[in-house]
Design a protein around this ligand. Sequence first.
Ligand SMILES: [Zn+2]
Length: 515
Amino acid sequence: MTDASSQLIAWVPELIYQPSGFEFGRALISDAAGNIVRIESVDQLSSERRINLPRRALLPGMVNAHSHAFQRVLRGRTEYRTTNQRDSFWTWRELMYSAATRLTPEDIYDAARMAFLEMALGGITAVGEFHYLHHAPDGSPYDDPNLLAKEVIRAAGDVGLRIALLRVAYARSGFQTEANPRQARFIETNAELYIRNLEALAASVRSPTVREGNARHSSPEEAVVALPDGRASDTAWIGIAPHSVRAVPLDYLKEVIGYAAANDLKIHMHVAEQPAEVSACVEEYGRTPIALLQTEGLLNQQFTAVHAIHVAPKAVAAFAETGAIVCACPTTERNLGDGVIPADEYLKHGVPICLGTDSHAQIDLLEDARELEYHLRLQKLERAVLSIRSPTVRVGSTRQPSVDKTAVALPDGQAADTAQYLFDCATVNGARSIGAPNGTLAPGKPADFFTVDLNDPAIAGASGDDLLPAIVFSASRAAIREVVIAGKPMVSEGRHLLQEEVVERFNELQKKLWT
Ligand SMILES: [Zn+2]
């Protein structure tokens, strides 16, 4: 058939998510390139190939804005006391380094594929990978300085995830701190070297190998192909990630951020995760990390500050003034004892928050979303702290839910208030932070979405205004049944296409590393 509509797929769930509320009796139409053509009434369907999804609600794929994929190998191996004093982020970091120094390029591929597969099963369709393993364990560069970054990109491509490879700049252990040999794999001592390697990676991502068939078993040479048809431009791309003010001195930082600005790249940086990092910065520069970034003109709309927990009110205002985004990683932050992110202050000032699974102690972005709110409830002894209907929220700073007559939602959509805010963090804000094309369901956007089973025991009985809160606050991964990326089903009935192979390889890796 030559009729263009015969190339189209009509995905027909019971409910489709829209910002104004779930809609029923509608179909999402995707084209052969994997983009959304329209969302229309089921009555208007004609010759599209129809895929019925009974008892399913369809939602936009989530965006995980902060990941260190290799840290998946640490899960379950750091939950004990290592000192006679207090265990902390810093003692955990030593355990993490001991794993980081032992991984081969193939191990990094296997670990990343495991992390990305778990993300896909959880409805995540794009990831921002904060990648800092560059060299061989002894610190000597590989022949290809981007060998490990390409392994991570290849892993994302094989699993089907879109990836922003946020290549890390790491110059030193810290201000007046002895070099730590366990950081040898991370270090590129000057900005010129960093930028040269970044440009080489960018060039390889821009010129993908176009291959026939599927990408399930790519080779390292074909690393940059993120999806089977070789459309690398919106499936794998790069950004810059100066590790932290501790690891990158100011001159170096200015150079790489200047490069990002000139080349329209996203900038991610760990900021104010730990009090010790803040005090070291004050000692070196006489300013807190955020004051330093602001006064040096380094904050902008391309900038995402990861963690941003230990901040003064002035810092919140600095983000608001410059348009910077904050990335919260609440499950990791509670696991590491980092602290509670003042999300309510950021919301009041109109600073968008996105979410990351970071250390992968757990990979469940809906859990990160609910923890953003729950940690504040415990701290403040209040409920519904993050409310987009709150009169204290700056007008125009965040989306006010509008009422749509076709929506199933209750007339005022009130029940979805906090859940709507949290779901935006997991979708649109994440996409903006890492420059992903997805995060919303609209014509021209990629057909990246997941479905939940409306009969799943965790959300059964929800159908209208209560469905989004039920998903955000109560659903586990078991409720997520289909995950489609670029119009291609990667997860069906809760199973990923490559699940057995990926898990088996990862089991072998863990055995090799730890026994
Ligand atoms: Zn991190």
